[in-house]
Design a protein around this ligand. Sequence first.
Ligand SMILES: *Cc1c(COP(=O)(O)O)cnc(C)c1O
Ligand code: SF4
Length: 355
Amino acid sequence: MHETPSDGLITTKEELEHHLSLTEEELAFDYHTTQVLPLRIPSNFLDLIDTNNPQDPIRRQVVPTSAELFSHPQEDLDPLAEVSHSVTQRLIHRYQSRVAFLTTDICPIHCRHCFRRRFTGTFQGPATDEQIEEASAYVAEHPEVKEILFTGGDVLTLSDARLKQMIAAFRSKRKDLVIRLCTRMPASYPMRITKALITMLGEFSTAPFYLMTQFNHPRELTEQAIKAVSLFVNAGIPAMNQTVLLKGVNDSVDVLETLCNQLVFNRIKPYYLFQGDLVSGTSHFRVPLQTGLALEQELRRRLSGLAMPLYAIDLPEGGGKVPLNQGYLTEQSGCGVWTFRTVEGELRSYPDPEV
Ligand SMILES: *Cc1c(COP(=O)(O)O)cnc(C)c1O
Ligand code: SF4
């Protein structure tokens, strides 16, 4: 059993047409193709769309267009090389101290920008007992692993009972394992987050949980979403947000500034702002790097350190994440004097200690 919305879930073009008058590009999407992520929009998320605006930022994230059927030659279904970094069927070990576990491919929502579309919505279902056993045995033998990401798909599509069993499997072998619950559920289907879920998590008290959300636009921070996140935070589970930089959704300094400030106000730390990955069928969402760098620079001027996410790119061919910025260190003169550009664009020098 898994918990996904069933009332008012939109999965066909006909249902969608009851709510929106589709644009030419949206109509040109092949709704019957099995090559790309199927349509899936919970009605609560659909309700956030401004139906009068064909360019609405919420709409862009969930209504497919023909642009998705096009793949740039340099795009790939697995640009982060997750498959080759898999150490068991569902466990990815790319970075020394943390692993990512694909708990399920199921999601209440299908984001058109999903970077894991090779896996998401492929009807593989939740990890089996054997896959959990295999992955937890690996973590047991690798003490360098300090954190596990429960990701997918969306981990909170698992029932409380199934999730409890999964946590117990890992924590029984590694009491010290930090667990990140990576979920878009507060935005996509906040009703899933119940007191019962939080109470269940509270039974595991040997190491912390972190909630990792994905809010891409301020309008996703609904009253219900905020309430859902506060259930975690009130229970001592810190909330961190990962935003994907998306053309036509949030590639504006005002939108990102508002989003980050509202996240902080609601006790969610903006953690990453991701440059779009080179995933097949997502080129229409990618923002030129120059634009992203300019956004980062202006955000750093406007936002507090607390509200500022780290702009990062996950490099192709599994190169991993690296931070992105224009560079504040401009030059080293050779005699141990470093020159910096300030956030306002002035220059300052900083000498090394004399040896
Ligand atoms: C992003 C990512 C992580 C976590 O990286 P952090 O920088 O620690 O947030 C872990 N594993 C994989 C495969 C990832 O893509
Ligand atoms: S919620 Fe996450 S895993 Fe699910 S479709 Fe959206 S981006 Fe992909």
